[in-house]
Design a protein around this ligand. Structure first.
Ligand SMILES: [Zn+2]
Ligand SMILES: [Zn+2]
Length: 208
């Protein structure tokens, strides 16, 4: 899988364009704004987008989904538990805060262990609750997209609705740190850096 990282939106979200070199099929992960920039990158590389995926439903990661779908008609995926969480009316005020009328509609839900095809390649879903109930990381070969679960030298906040520090720690320690040390970490924000490895985070992340 080829991974391209773009920093988008007012919150500095790391959006990813993941593509299969053989078929030029692609997935867009966390389109949190700057949609023209994302579309330009897709067109420049001659990619056909198969899916839009959210690592979790926070507005900074999904606020560009509707605009992106208007330009590139393609299904929007998230974890099943996140879709349930997002359907709760109490969560919707976050979208108003970000100037969004309503949350984007999820077209397909996925669960832990499920694969999402990207041409001849695929992501495997790793459910990592803690930052949100249905947060997930996406693994393809040595590439791991960690959303707001694990950052370079940091971890996601757990003080938002549905957050749990214990669950976040369990997700990172039991699921992510079980992966080989050389696994590349692609975070949901570049607070401490834009790329790392599981081994570097095991050794140096002050939160773990
Ligand atoms: Zn978040
Ligand atoms: Zn975020």
């Amino acid at each position: 899988m080829k991974i391209q990282q773009l920093i988008v939106g007012g919150m500095g979200v790391c959006c990813y364009i993941a593509s299969c070199p053989a078929t030029k099929k692609a997935a867009i992960i966390d389109p949190g704004g700057d949609i023209p920039k994302i579309i330009a990158a897709v067109r420049k590389n001659g990619l056909a987008v198969q899916s839009i995926i959210a690592t979790h439903s926070h507005p900074d990661h999904v606020c560009g989904v509707a605009e992106l779908q208007a330009a590139i008609a393609t299904p929007f995926l998230m974890h099943q538990d996140e879709a349930t969480f997002l359907a709760n009316p109490e969560i919707s005020h976050y979208f108003a805060m970000f100037g969004m009328g309503e949350a984007p509609t999820c077209d397909r839900t996925v669960v832990d262990g499920e694969t999402i095809a990207v041409g001849d390649e695929a992501f495997t879903v790793i459910h990592t609750p803690g930052h949100t109930p249905g947060g997930m990381c996406l693994l393809s070969g040595d590439d791991l997209l960690t959303g707001d679960t694990l950052f370079v030298q940091g971890v996601g906040r757990t003080d938002f609705p549905g957050g749990s520090f214990d669950k976040l720690m369990d997700s990172i320690q039991r699921r992510l740190f079980a992966l080989p040390d050389h696994t590349k970490v692609w975070p949901g924000h570049g607070y401490g850096g834009s790329q790392s490895t599981i081994g570097a985070e095991k050794r140096g992340n002050p939160f773990l």
